[in-house]
Design a binder for this molecule. Structure first.
Ligand code: IPM
Ligand code: MG
Length: 352
């Protein structure tokens, strides 16, 4: 029996090509660091709708639950735009997050040295080592609240319980303790009742973390501060929808959405690891997608779920090294080697 059993949810669009590269790199890391991995594939998103009629078949949930962790490519595409809301590929993604209890979404925004020039923000504003960790609540709030529609109206509800806020706050405080001990909690407590409870609960939890410097910021101000002075942030904790929006913004500050990884964690070891970008149907199958966000998600998996921190660091270093001279088209700069998705995977393996 292999040391780790990993379920692959390749998904739609560029999902399969990028996950294939991540598997290559994980196999190489396994060789080098002396562990074994066994894979199983399951359907999620549009490909699952095509094959079974629903975006999240029961079999997929069962396979994920029986594994040590899950690697996800991306889901969605114009082909499924006419599906009713609860049968869209995206509903499959929300469904798997809920079914596996993945309430904590870690979205690091870091600049890889050689990519600094890809950021639309001025050099002096970014500084030399921008490194923000967004901790997004992932199984509550308006994404999962009561929704409905009548003939001339539609509604979604933002609702958080104290228990939901407490557990995500603890993840964020624990993360801050391992980093620079600075936590910004983002809400809209000047308007929303749910945000006032959020703020009150985060303050309660902070009593257990006297070393962490906590501040609170309204989400509109945070959106502005992220481009005005990103260096002020270390860990940010926020609700599902605010985290969705702010993490896209933070990823662009770091240069390319094609570079950023994410981890979705439950209380236990099982996690789901995916790039934060989408399925990019316009370039699917052309072999030009950037696989690095998925490869870096494998590094996060090794760190947070499989307890192989050395392999995680080795992959991150290999990516940094390869980027000095090699780029996929999305981050290409004149004078460097332009490489395909699969060549990028091979290069990271070689550097490992
Ligand atoms: C993300 C995505 C998803 C979300 C979509 C595809 C449902 O934007 O992971 O950030 O909104 O959570
Ligand atoms: Mg998003």
């Amino acid at each position: 029996m292999a040391d780790y059993k990993i379920t692959l949810l390749k998904g739609d669009g560029i999902g399969p090509e990028i996950v294939d590269q991540a598997v290559k790199v994980l196999d190489k890391a396994a060789d080098k660091f002396g562990f074994t991995v066994e894979y199983d594939e399951a359907l999620l998103g549009g490909c699952a709708i095509d094959a079974t009629g629903v975006p999240l078949p029961d079999e997929t949930v069962a396979k994920c639950k029986a594994s040590d962790s899950v690697i996800l490519g991306a889901v969605g595409g114009p082909k499924w735009d006419d599906q009713p809301g609860n049968n869209r590929p995206e509903a499959g993604l929300l469904g798997i997050r809920g079914a596996l209890g993945l309430f904590a979404n870690l979205r690091p925004s870091v600049i890889f040295g050689p990519l600094k020039s890809a950021s639309p923000i001025k050099d002096e504003i970014i500084g030399d080592n921008m490194d923000i960790m967004i901790v997004r609540e992932l199984t509550g709030g308006i994404y999962f609240g009561e929704r409905g529609k009548s003939d001339d109206a539609a509604w979604d509800t933002e609702k958080y319980s104290v228990a939901e806020i407490e557990r995500i706050a603890r993840v964020a405080f624990d993360m801050a303790m391992k980093r620079n001990k600075k936590l910004t909690s983002v809400d809209k407590a000047n308007v929303l009742e749910s945000s006032r409870l959020w703020r009150k609960t985060v303050i309660e939890v902070s009593k257990d973390y006297p070393e962490v410097e906590l501040n609170h910021m309204y989400v509109d101000n945070c959106a502005m501060q992220l481009v005005r002075n990103p260096k002020q942030f270390d860990v940010i904790v926020t609700s599902n929808i605010f985290g969705d929006i702010l993490s896209d913004e933070a990823s662009m500050i770091a240069g390319s959405i094609g570079m950023l990884a994410s981890a979705s964690l439950s209380g236990g070891k099982l996690g789901l690891y995916e790039p934060i970008h989408g399925s990019a149907p316009d370039i699917a199958g052309l072999g030009i997608a950037n696989p690095l966000a998925t490869i870096l998600s494998v590094a996060m998996m090794l760190r947070y779920s499989l307890n192989q921190p050395e392999a995680a660091v080795a992959i991150e270093n290999a990516v940094a090294k390869v980027l000095v001279e090699n780029r996929t088209p999305d981050i290409f700069e004149e004078g460097l080697n332009k490489v395909t998705c699969s060549e990028m995977g091979d290069l990271v393996c070689q550097a490992l």
